[in-house]
Design a protein around this ligand. Structure first.
Ligand code: FIX
Ligand code: ZN
Length: 420
């Protein structure tokens, strides 16, 4: 058996983490064959990378342009402003700024000239399919889970016409309107022929179940998912509580899929910024414990958006084996916080969690998000294995490979109950 020495450890762990194929369990990417009535759904390329909503929020701090005017510009002009303000007039030290450069570099693009025209030209003639293959290979991903919303008119036609994502892309059935916009969801469901009403009376619950079962059948999702505001709670006498208990959880159980709760997003705190205008809030997580306890036959993926909720969530995961903590979501996806969260999770849960997801909205973001996270995860693991070695416990290479595979790949597939 290959036993490692303390001096071999950092290189060995880095190598193992680099070589481990990852299943990216939450993205906003689309399979390249998915189209809306207006064109392909997948975003990729230099202008899409530069107009990521994380960077839109940052450019607004340096520019006087009104958000409404900015969003009316063609995407190239928006990208020009972001390049000028966040890369030329100031250094791109934020995680989202640095990320663009990490991705460009990995794709073989030379950022030294600082000429955005050159960077755009470097991708000319590349097809979406080629770029998908290249990006997944550079990020070393074997499977990507999308976010698929049956209320989204852009993607509904693809699924309704029997479309299937290409190999390696998997659906996640996202149902936010059922839990955070029921009064708007009702007329839409009615329009599609489901007999529901605002009070969830009569046949409504059965009809929502029928709606969910039909979409499970159509999308074959690996899990069902929702993002919840910080003040969501359960049960609270609202229709949302009943939709959760009477529709969502039973369908997840019958379909054998976990339910993912992404907790703490405060939508449109600044509506003028659109997707860039969301913020976060701390949540009271008592209901997560309650759901895990009262529904032992449901499996829950949970991630929380407030830094202040991280420790509490990890402690809850120690209590409930049907609760799988995942990812460093959105405003948590910064090196300082990823490192802190990963250390805390390892110290309280061992390797029984899923350390990261990319949340990529633009294809090439998987390159930087995973490069940055792999480096942090490796660094933390080196420290933790070194602590073990100080006791005389010498980890074998195969044991480290097993642990890293659990973290970056196998824990997810075990939790969804499927073989990749
Ligand atoms: O709700 C979500 O899945 C969020 O991740 C997104 O909607 C958010 O806008 C985002 O892109 C965060 O990374
Ligand atoms: Zn997301």
């Amino acid at each position: 058996m290959a036993q490692l020495t303390l001096s071999d450890l950092p290189r060995a762990v880095r190598e193992i983490v680099e070589r481990q194929p990852i299943t990216d369990m939450h993205t906003h990417l689309y399979s390249p064959n998915m189209r809306s009535p207006h064109g392909p759904l997948l975003l990729w390329g230099a202008d899409a990378l530069l107009t990521y909503h994380y960077l839109v929020a940052e450019v607004m701090r340096w520019s006087d342009v009104e958000p409404e005017e900015f969003f009316g510009w063609p995407v190239q002009r928006q990208a020009d402003l972001i390049w000028q303000k966040l890369f030329i007039e100031h250094s791109p030290l934020s995680e989202a700024g640095r990320g663009v450069l990490t991705s460009f570099k990995a794709l073989g693009m030379d950022v030294r000239s600082r000429d955005l025209g050159d960077l755009r030209t470097a991708l000319a003639g590349v097809s979406a399919e080629q770029q998908v293959a290249r990006s997944l290979q550079l990020a070393h991903l074997d499977h990507v889970v999308m976010t698929n919303d049956p209320f989204d008119d852009a993607e509904r036609p693809f699924w309704l016409s029997g479309g299937r994502p290409q190999a390696g892309f998997h659906a996640a059935l996202r149902i936010d309107p059922l839990l955070r916009g029921w009064s708007e969801a009702v007329p839409r469901l009615q329009g599609w022929g489901y007999r529901v009403d605002g009070a969830l009376s009569g046949a409504s619950a059965a009809e929502v179940q029928r709606f969910l079962h039909e979409w499970v059948e159509r999308m074959a999702p690996l899990y069902m998912a929702v993002s919840l505001p910080p003040d969501f709670t359960y049960p609270d006498g609202t229709v949302a509580s009943r939709v959760l208990a009477e529709c969502i959880l039973p369908v997840c159980r019958e379909a054998g899929i976990p339910f993912a709760m992404m907790i703490g997003s405060e939508r449109l705190v600044n509506p003028a910024l659109r997707t860039a205008g969301d913020a976060l809030g701390r949540a009271a997580l008592g209901y997560v414990a309650r759901l895990a306890r009262e529904y032992p036959h449901n499996r829950f993926f949970v991630t929380v958006l407030s830094r202040e909720n991280q420790h509490e969530l990890i402690v809850l995961a120690r209590k409930f084996r049907n609760l799988m903590v995942f990812g460093c979501w959105w405003f948590m996806n910064n090196p300082v916080i990823i490192e802190d969260m990963t250390r805390m999770r390892l110290e309280l849960l061992g390797t029984s969690f899923i350390p990261q997801h990319s949340d990529a909205r633009v294809l090439e973001q998987v390159i930087y998000k995973w490069a940055h996270s792999r480096a942090i995860i490796a660094r933390v693991l080196v420290d933790k294995y070194a602590d073990l070695m100080a006791t005389g416990w010498v980890p074998e290479r195969a044991e480290i490979e097993r642990d890293v595979a659990d973290l970056l790949h196998d824990n997810f597939w075990r939790c969804v109950g499927k073989q990749p």
